[in-house]
Design a protein around this ligand. Structure first.
Ligand code: 6GU
Length: 270
């Protein structure tokens, strides 16, 4: 995406929202309800924003929600764009570029993911410590516009150490059990085969998903700090003797929703 397109989308949004959001939230499958808790919300459907992609999957409302959450100014993506829907990485990550342009400094990314670590169980929350890009591409491929970030971004702290530490402390404080681990980003839309899940484990992965990695790469390119939280909605294939279904993913997310909501709100407050 050209810088001018990012500026144009940001200008459109700035005309509708006077305060500067310092925190951006990307809400994954079944987790979009968090945006319903935003106070004095200004909701802007994606299809009204210049050059914004429009989301297709059910369970994703497809709007930006600005407003107050736990005393902070935030902007939340209620529904994200996935590579498997047919959007290229440029489209998938455009909203992150726009958030940066709006003044967002901290990005909180959430997702539903399959558990690869055999000590996990469905319903666990996981602080993402790091990721493995297994999506076969990188959103930064192409000419680099140095107004957006460096040609060769450092990824040694893709997920901010400080924010991870804070997230851990808060989990303890409000007695939420939280795992930590490495997120492996696959393209989907198929879930992994049992052999692919073993591969992810050998590679050092603790969870597998179909999102997050492109957005985090672009956020780091732009110098934002990132915190990632996965909801382990199910165990990945071959661990339990049962097939996976999207319905199960949504059901589990619904069960942990209350926990997830209070956790993220507490993090935003701090
Ligand atoms: Cl098992 N795999 C992937 N790639 N994404 C998921 C998942 C599994 N469960 C929820 N999201």
């Amino acid at each position: 995406m050209k810088y001018e397109q990012i500026e144009r989308a940001a200008r459109y949004l700035n005309e509708r929202f006077t305060k500067t959001p310092k925190i951006g939230l990307i809400l994954g499958s079944g987790l979009g309800v968090l945006a319903d808790e935003i106070e004095e919300p200004v909701k802007i459907p994606y299809n009204e924003i210049p050059d914004f992609p429009v989301s297709t999957v059910e369970g994703h409302a497809g709007q930006l929600v600005y407003g107050g959450l736990s005393g902070q100014e935030v902007v939340a993506m209620q529904g994200r764009f996935h590579f498997y829907e047919g959007y290229d990485f440029d489209k998938v990550t455009f909203p992150v570029r726009v958030m940066k342009e709006l003044g967002v400094e901290i990005l909180i990314v959430t997702n539903a993911a399959g558990g690869v670590n055999e000590s996990f169980k469905a319903g666990d929350l996981m602080i993402i410590t790091d990721h493995i890009n297994n999506m076969g591409g990188n959103p930064l491929i192409g000419p680099n516009d140095s107004r957006m970030g460096p040609r060769f971004p450092d990824m040694s702290e893709a997920y901010s150490r400080d924010l991870r530490q804070l997230a851990k402390e808060i989990a303890g404080k409000i007695s939420i059990n939280v795992q930590e681990g490495v997120y492996v980003g696959n393209t989907g839309p198929t879930y992994e085969t049992p052999a692919e899940v073993r591969l992810a484990r050998v590679l050092g992965g603790d969870a597998v998903g179909m999102s997050t990695v492109p957005e985090v790469i672009v956020a780091r390119h732009g110098g934002m700090k990132v915190l990632g939280i996965s909801c382990i909605s199910n165990m990945a294939a071959g661990i339990l003797d049962q097939p996976l279904s999207h319905d199960e993913v949504m059901e589990t997310t619904e069960l942990v929703r209350a926990n997830f909501l209070s956790y993220v709100k507490e993090i935003v407050k701090s």
